[in-house]
Design a protein around this ligand. Structure first.
Ligand code: FAD
Length: 490
């Protein structure tokens, strides 16, 4: 290990690897990057999430920069956990062929102090203790900070409460019993769990406690197959632009209803949540056709009463519960916990921080913010561009989830608009064209170019509308959403 690096990146998930990819475009071969992660290798949350998870977008659209997958599969194939983790490792190996990367896996980032001309960083491992080094720039790519779910705490010992992160519902224990399964949570994990159980264990009773219900992006609409890519479906950026035009900072319910009616799909009659997850019509049909019961309520407990057991919901409603039934915690793992506020850029401009307390470009993953903001860092535009940053963690606590979904859209468009104006158009187009997370890449180039031209022609005119929408959301819910103090004035 050296004690001085050109760049330190903390986090080796999709965000950190996108930051590394972009850094590698600006650094010379002999410049040095140090990549730190508390996990033992690259891959981020994909190393630890539940075993039957599938990528919900087609696999080519989940990568670092525009690094191609080596998987021998059709474009529409949804990669599994091992394949995603393997691809992220392949991305790291590919980038390492071009620049010098020191890997510091198994180390926790502890602190950083920015002084004139440098950042002093301390990391620590349980076995080896602390290490200190300096870097010209620090990128904290903590991203989504996905946490593992524990099983739900239920008062009845007759319920077999499990978490998909620790217990594979495809395993012999659950297959060996024919007891009903209660899935708690109607988001992506809930759908993956229901789909896995219903396809692999036909005939099993599976119930869903769906909370407020969830809208999913309709995969058939957004990713039409074969020649349909030329004329069917809609580009995500165009749909976002239309949503942004419709959203005025107060009418999230109408905007989400419009989205659901035109581009959404759902297994539940009500849809109060939207987190940008994707589901196909076929998956929906399998799940809807196979579920025994959908409960539009939140589960509070499984309790033993009057000699029997029952499911107890937040509304007070109860349902009989067969002793020995499985209860699977699918209540979500994104934006959990409390993290202290940190601006996306430090006052000195040497520290870029990608996390939910000051998010700028949230969709389809925090990797998108890492990709664009690392470009701005190296182009010297990070501190003099007044991007709007939204405290998504706070918004999630204070507002119904669909407010956040509606607010995602103007945030993304507003910031991309500022970036498009700040960079020479050829440079902006080059940056966009190497962004492998861009879901528009599913479509043939002529359709993408048309969508890009539409954005370039309208973004300045529409920017003020998006800013007002964001200001209204900030005011209504008392959350921070605006330029980071200090940025935009350097
Ligand atoms: C179940 C589930 C399924 C999902 N499926 C999809 C999907 O199909 N498509 C999609 O686009 N998105 C999906 N997401 C969202 C997903 O979280 C992101 O797409 C993405 O993988 C997150 O990457 P990240 O780099 O932002 O965060 P992470 O993968 O969490 O990586 C952050 C890394 O930073 C490290 N780190 C954080 N703090 C420190 C510290 N102090 N010291 C050292 N290391 C630190 C962590 O160890 C971690 O490895 C899913 C999320 C969940 C929970």
């Amino acid at each position: 290990m050296s004690d001085r690096y050109d760049v330190c990146i903390v986090g080796a998930g999709i965000s950190g690897l996108n930051a590394l990819f972009v850094a590698s475009q600006y650094l010379a071969r002999d410049q040095r990057v140090i990549l730190v992660d508390r996990r033992p290798r690259a891959g981020g949350m994909w190393l630890d999430t539940y075993d039957y998870v599938r990528l919900h977008q087609p696999h080519p659209m989940f990568t670092a920069g525009d690094i191609a997958w080596r998987l021998d599969a059709k474009r529409e194939y949804l990669a599994n956990k091992q394949e995603v983790a393997q691809h992220l490792r392949h991305c790291l190996e590919g980038i390492k062929a071009g620049i010098r990367v020191t890997e510091l896996f198994g180390y926790e980032f502890e602190s950083a102090e920015e002084t004139a001309g440098t950042v002093r960083i301390t990391c620590r491992s349980a076995e080896s203790g602390p290490v200190d080094f300096a870097a010209d720039r620090l990128i904290k790519a903590f991203g989504q900070e996905v946490e593992k779910n524990a099983p739900l705490e239920l008062s009845s010992p007759r319920a077999r409460s499990i978490s998909p992160d620790e217990f594979d519902v495809r395993g012999s224990e659950i297959r060996g019993s024919d007891a009903p399964v209660w899935i708690v949570g109607g988001g992506k994990t809930g759908m993956d769990t229901a789909h896995t159980l219903l396809t692999e264990q036909p005939g099993r009773e599976v119930n869903l406690v769906a909370g407020p219900g969830t809208i999913f992006i309709n995969r058939d609409q957004m990713f039409p197959n074969g020649v349909g890519r030329w004329y069917r479906g809609e580009l995500m950026s165009s749909v976002f632009q239309e949503m942004g035009r419709r959203f005025d900072g107060t009418n999230e319910a109408d905007v989400l209803e419009w989205f659901r009616d035109n581009y959404g799909v759902s297994v539940t009659p009500e849809t109060g949540n939207f987190m940008g997850a994707i589901l196909s019509e076929t998956e929906k049909a399998t799940i809807s056709g196979g579920l025994n019961r959908i409960v539009m309520d939140r589960l509070d407990d499984v309790a033993d009463r009057n000699g029997g057991s029952e499911v107890v919901c937040r509304s007070g409603a109860t349902m009989p519960f067969e002793p020995g039934s499985w209860v699977v915690n699918c209540t979500g793992s994104l934006m959990r916990g409390e993290h202290s506020y940190e601006p996306y850029v430090s006052t000195g401009g040497r520290v870029l921080s990608i996390q939910n307390r000051s998010m700028t470009i949230p969709f389809p993953a925090a990797g998108n913010a890492a990709y664009f903001l690392t470009h701005l860092l190296f182009l010297g535009r990070l501190t003099n561009l007044p991007l709007y940053a939204m405290d998504l963690e706070e918004l999630r606590r204070k507002a119904p989830q669909y407010v956040m979904a509606a607010a995602f859209v103007p945030l993304q468009i507003y910031n991309l608009s500022l970036i498009a104006e700040a960079l020479p158009s050829r440079q902006f187009m080059k940056v966009v064209s190497h962004n492998g997370l861009d879901l528009d890449r599913w479509f043939p180039l002529p359709r993408r170019l048309r969508a890009q031209a539409g954005f370039m022609l309208s973004h300045k005119r529409e920017r003020e509308h998006h800013r007002r929408s964001l200001d209204r959301v900030a005011e209504r819910f008392g959350v921070h959403c605006g330029p980071v103090v200090g940025a935009g004035h350097a």
